[in-house]
Ligand binder design. Structure first.
Ligand SMILES: Cc1cc2nc3c(=O)[nH]c(=O)nc-3n(C[C@H](O)[C@H](O)[C@H](O)COP(=O)(O)O)c2cc1C
Length: 422
């Protein structure tokens, strides 16, 4: 009988390990910045409510939305922070909620670098590896001084310690999506000539110092993973491709990194991290989302060109389930640590085949868990849920409005489902 149950189990329920930590299944919640903290970054009841059904669904591992570790690393309104000890009790409430549902939680720690509008965050300027202007928002950062680099690596280490003190089960360092670690890794954004730039070894230094600083504080056994691009997608701009990303991952594995989540792109590469529909994306981004922070003349320019840009993105970035698998499989071939793939996952056959065929060890899900927080349970029980249509309304409004499904029909289905679960 026991054997029959095991045989009938889907591979998505098969336990796996990240470092020494056992995870009960293979479909994770990826990081989606919630825009639900207080203005100074403290956990709120509203933020806990967002996670409650995801936990209730038995989702085995949850990555928090990216947590800022210092004031210069914060990108948006109501972003959650882990920048000082006072944040620990609120974060512990989140960890306790997750553990009550027997799931695990990793804190995603991040510094946004140049991908911010500094005035909107009350800063004089953004900081980065070098002073290369970010083309979407028009932010020209200033290059970090050595003492500031040390302060940021130190803030990562303290943030890791605070997450551990808050009973998080592990950490994820954000090394992708064009944020600060990625800005140091990529030659296009890193034009330094000191020991933090100029060649591959030097461009790795900021990441390795951050990693070692964290390890020293949390110890060798605390699970630590990284989110990394399979490709920067910075066409004709000296971005990193798969071979260099594999080299970075191999070094991190040697240094003791416990796992890797594969994503793609910078903001400036036209948001390849979210394939789907872009028809209303720019309008919502500029009027209801993070984009309203952008300076007026640039906003008007983007408004003016939003239709042709949307048409191009609809073609270039059309929806595809598992759109980063082509990168993930390369990491899988070259690494022995677990490889998690994010990007468009929603259906059981696709998720099962990705894992079964050895393209990745687990998948992580963003938008399809915003539309259906019970996705994990629904997949296991073969029940239909409110399917995401990848309209990108959630991410268009991120950083300004709470993370939620903004497609009225799907949201209605979601509300009905949630009412029945209660
Ligand atoms: C509303 C929203 C917020 C996001 N915030 C984060 C974040 O905080 N950290 C991160 O690494 N990625 C973030 N992402 C990107 C997702 O983690 C993921 O890489 C991307 O959405 C592709 O996965 P999906 O197709 O399952 O949505 C966000 C995505 C959405 C939709």
């Amino acid at each position: 009988m026991v054997q029959n149950i095991e045989e009938s189990q889907s591979i998505i329920e098969k336990p796996m390990k990240i470092g020494g930590l056992e995870i009960a299944g293979r479909v994770f919640k990826t990081a989606t910045a919630e825009t639900k903290a207080t203005e100074d970054g403290f956990v709120t009841d509203e933020l806990l409510e967002f996670y409650e059904p995801i936990v209730d669904a038995g989702t085995p591992l949850i990555m928090s939305g990216n947590l800022y570790t210092s004031a210069t690393g914060k990108s948006s309104y109501k972003m959650t922070g882990v920048d000082n000890k006072d944040k620990i009790p609120g974060l512990k409430r989140l960890a306790d909620l997750v553990h009550a549902g027997k799931a695990k939680i990793f804190g995603q720690i991040n510094h946004c670098g140049r991908q911010i509008v500094p005035e909107a965050m009350g800063l004089d300027s953004a900081v980065s590896a070098s002073n290369v202007t970010e083309k979407l928002m028009g932010t020209k950062p200033r290059a970090l001084r050595h003492d500031e680099i040390k302060e940021i690596t130190e803030s990562f280490a303290s943030a890791a310690e605070y997450c551990q003190a808050a009973d998080f089960d592990g950490l994820q360092l954000h090394g992708g999506h064009g944020y600060l670690i990625n800005q140091f890794l990529t030659p296009y954004t890193n034009r330094r000539t000191d020991e933090y730039g100029g060649n591959f070894k030097n461009r790795m230094r900021f990441l390795l110092e951050s990693y070692h600083g964290i390890r020293e504080r949390v110890g060798p056994d605390f699970p630590l993973i990284i989110k990394l691009n399979g490709d920067d997608k910075l066409f004709a701009r000296n971005g990193l491709g798969i071979s260099q990303m594999l080299e970075i991952a191999r070094i991190l594995q040697e240094e003791g990194m416990d796992g890797i989540e594969i994503t793609v792109g910078h903001y400036e590469s036209g948001f390849p991290m979210i394939r789907g529909k872009f028809d209303t994306y720019f309008h919502s981004f500029l009027n209801e989302g993070f984009g309203h922070q952008v300076k007026p003349f640039r906003r008007y320019g983007l408004e003016l060109f939003k239709y042709p840009i949307s048409k191009v993105l609809n073609r270039l970035r059309s929806y595809q389930e598992g759109f980063n698998l082509k990168y993930a499989v390369e990491f899988k071939k070259n690494l022995s640590i677990p490889v998690i793939c994010v990007g468009g996952f929603q259906t059981k056959p696709k998720i099962e085949s990705a894992i079964q065929e050895g393209l990745c060890d687990a998948v992580s899900v963003g938008r399809a868990m915003i539309s259906d927080p019970y996705l994990y349970k629904n997949l296991i029980e073969d029940k239909p849920g409110p399917d995401c249509d990848f309209c990108n309304g959630c991410i268009a409004r991120w950083g300004s409005m709470p993370v939620e499904c903004y497609n009225e029909d799907i949201k209605r289905q979601k509300d009905i489902m949630l009412a029945h679960q209660n």
